[in-house]
Write a protein that binds this ligand. Sequence first.
Ligand code: COA
Length: 452
Amino acid sequence: MTDTPEPDTYSALDAPEFAPAQFVRWFREVAPYVHAFRGKTFVVAFGGELVQAGALNALVQDISLLSSLGIRLLLIHGSEPQVNEQLRLKGYSQQLTRGLNIVDAAMLECAKEAAGEIRLDIEAAFSQGLPNTPMSHSHVRVVSGNFVTARPLGVIGGVDYRHAGVARKLDQDALKFALSHDSIVLMSPLGFSPTGEAFTLDMADLATAAAIALRAEKLIFLTGSSGVVEESGGIDTELARADADALLAGGALDEETAFYLGFASKAVKRGVARAHLLPYDLDGSVLLEVFTHDGVGTMVVEDTLDDLRPATMDDVGAIIRLIEPLEADGTLVPRARGEIERDVEKYTVLEHDSVIYGCAALYVHPDEKMAEMACLIVHPDWQGEGEGEILLRHIEGRARAAGVKRLFVLTTRTSHWFIKRGFTPGGISDLPRSKQATYNPSRNSLIFIKRL
Ligand SMILES: CC(C)(COP(=O)(O)OP(=O)(O)OC[C@H]1O[C@@H](n2cnc3c(N)ncnc32)[C@H](O)[C@@H]1OP(=O)(O)O)[C@@H](O)C(=O)NCCC(=O)NCCS
């Protein structure tokens, strides 16, 4: 038992639905992410809308938790609605909009005031430490400064953008020093030129530049968009950069999603490991995205799918060579060549430099809206690089496209791999009827099912 909670305080642990076993399992499931992200840099960017919506405190609590887990954090806030509010209060008619703006002297003054105010609010929020709140015992140091050298946007197409600027250089040494000394760095969307002038910056552009300069593990945008929505209505939780670019070129995305997806794609192309679009109005969205396998928003990754393609008859020999050693040691059920030839269009292969180094097959049972993923293999020389995960994602995508709601696997030795990727144990009665009929009890394979 911990020594802090007082009896009159509400705690999730006291809730009637609290299940100790579930809590322990969840806590353990989070452990690999904690280990993986310690010492890594996350850039978290959010618009002034988040502050306006009253979501700042919750975000600050979650960011403090990430910081205490050893993640290095750079926060960048926007201030558009606050600047517009200042302009309105002062009787000016001009308003800032997303993207390019001509920034006159009045707007610049309002931007400085708004930035000052938001920065103080954020610093105050990080200074909380009331008992029985998530900030209890937290000692977060927030550092701000003149990290960004800016230059004016200048005259584009005959239009002078005046005090609107772009980041020219980031003081990487100072940023890395602060981050490595357990400080959270807070940046406002303003930069300064060597002549001492201030320029307004685009928050998303600045965050992208910072994430690239620091080679961040994650660039996270908290936005008014929930992420990229698939045809089925669900959120596309992982998007290869090439697919993100194709969506952007297609022009069908809403303005906000397209705006942030463009920056996410740019960041990933320039070396940021992953870029995320998350909804700021979902409480705890950063924690859900970072610590659960599928997350809640859209994550953009560099395109590693180049090697994936549907199998053809010419691949049957290579597939058999992949399967043979696993049949011999009992990991996979033996399959006759004729069976693979018959089902070849169900297979996807991974090919690099004309070498087939992985495969997986999808057997759809349309009546039950279920499908089996079978024959998931990555050649031992290529294992441990995420290729198995790529195959799984691809098969999940194919299954969804076929209207499948639940994907199942039968396995004897790989159960933990599937559990880690969102599968849960099932029984024979959970299988489609035709599969129940062919289930081989002597093999005693374990059944795992994942809702798509
Ligand atoms: C399962 C398999 C496809 C994973 O391929 P992969 O490209 O290595 O997968 P990833 O790189 O995405 O994942 C690697 C992680 O899975 C773990 N893993 C590999 N095999 C595992 C197993 N049998 N059980 C639990 N975890 C396993 C690795 O240790 C590694 O963990 P880490 O990220 O913590 O280091 C591959 O190991 C394989 O071909 N195995 C033999 C065939 C098989 O069992 N297929 C499933 C049939 S149902």
